[in-house]
Design a binder for this molecule. Structure first.
Ligand code: UDP
Ligand code: MG
Length: 310
């Protein structure tokens, strides 16, 4: 029986790339003519003509579905909405800018159906065309998070992956508000095959990720998948107690009380209060995430889907 493949495409201001993307994905669908397809576009509160393009596509092509959010909720929310609404036996997530080459899909499908894998994921082996400073911090982040977290997060991993219905259901079951998909994909387990590919630059439009946005996203990843930073404040505390004992008590015992020395005193005061503030900040990060989780706010709000326009 023909299996249904859902292709989820999060779109935020993608009016330039969408026509190219649609053309490309149609070519792939034609190539895989034994399968049925569903293209599920998520309009993440775009301010350009993305929604108009999607409406037009949905009118012409019955395979096209779309979900339009009431505002920008971020790519994570877009992917979650897509996974939740997808009906396919197999589900694939892809960027709209062709940085995740749709031409890899037949190969991915072949692997998932013939070999014993639940998911075929991709990772780029080069970061060509990316600012070097961004690559440097990205590498640092992956090294750090793999040291302090149990979730297996692969350097260069894209969100571009094909999954079985079983794995998708597991992911949809994780309803946390602070989502970090790269961690969630690893956390749910299942067998994943990694396909390496060379980085491709985006076809049109520009990236939506500034350095600051990426920095905040990486913090999110750390806080969501590791509690090591919480232990850090404890370690700092112990360290400073030991330092105080050695420096202040032992020193005084051996060399007697030195009257001179207020600069060092002020120095120590600043240092310790700095460390205290830092630890408080770490607590604050976790507290704020817990606060947001307990509110149980929806991850996204739908304003319009293709069904509203028929
Ligand atoms: N995207 C989204 N919501 C956002 C930001 C991005 O849905 O708030 C989508 C975007 O339209 C694209 C994908 O996420 O399809 C990846 O974004 P982008 O290409 O800007 O990221 P980069 O490839 O530079 O990491
Ligand atoms: Mg991109």
């Amino acid at each position: 029986m023909a299996k249904l493949i859902s292709v989820i495409v999060p779109c935020y201001n993608e009016q330039e790339s969408l026509p190219y993307f649609y053309e490309e994905i149609c070519k792939v669908a034609k190539e895989m003519k034994d399968n049925k397809f569903e293209f599920l576009f998520i309009n993440d509160g775009s301010k350009d003509k993305t929604l108009e393009i999607l409406r037009a596509l949905a009118k012409e092509d019955k395979r096209v579905r779309y979900i339009s959010f009431s505002r920008n909720f971020g790519k994570e929310a877009g992917m979650y909405a897509g996974l939740k609404e997808a009906k396919g036996d197999f589900v694939c997530i892809m960027d709209a800018d062709l940085q995740d080459p749709p031409s890899l899909l037949p190969q991915m499908y072949h692997i998932i159906t013939t070999e014993d894998y639940d998911s075929v994921a991709t990772r780029r082996v080069s970061r060509q065309g990316e600012p070097p400073i961004r690559s440097f911090f990205a590498r640092l982040f992956y090294r750090l998070i793999n040291k302090i977290s149990k979730a297996d997060i692969v350097d260069g991993a894209r969100d571009f992956r094909l999954m079985t219905r079983q794995m998708v259901d597991a992911i949809v079951g994780m309803e946390e508000y602070n989502r970090f998909s790269k961690g969630i994909f690893g956390w749910v387990g299942f067998n994943t095959k990694w396909l390496p590919f060379e980085n491709v630059e985006r076809i049109a439009g520009e990236t939506k990720w500034s350095f600051w946005k990426l920095f905040k996203y990486s913090l999110e990843g750390i806080v969501a998948f590791s509690t090591f930073p919480l232990a850090l404040s404890f370690i700092f505390g112990i360290l400073f107690c030991i330092l105080a004992i050695i420096f202040i008590i032992v020193r005084t015992l051996i060399w007697g009380d030195a009257t001179s020395g207020w600069p060092s005193l002020v120095c120590i005061m600043f240092l310790i209060s700095g460390v205290q503030l830092c630890c408080l900040g770490i607590m604050g990060q976790y507290l704020s995430k817990t606060y947001l989780e307990t509110k149980k706010r929806p991850i996204y709000i739908v304003k319009e889907t293709e069904k509203d326009k028929i």
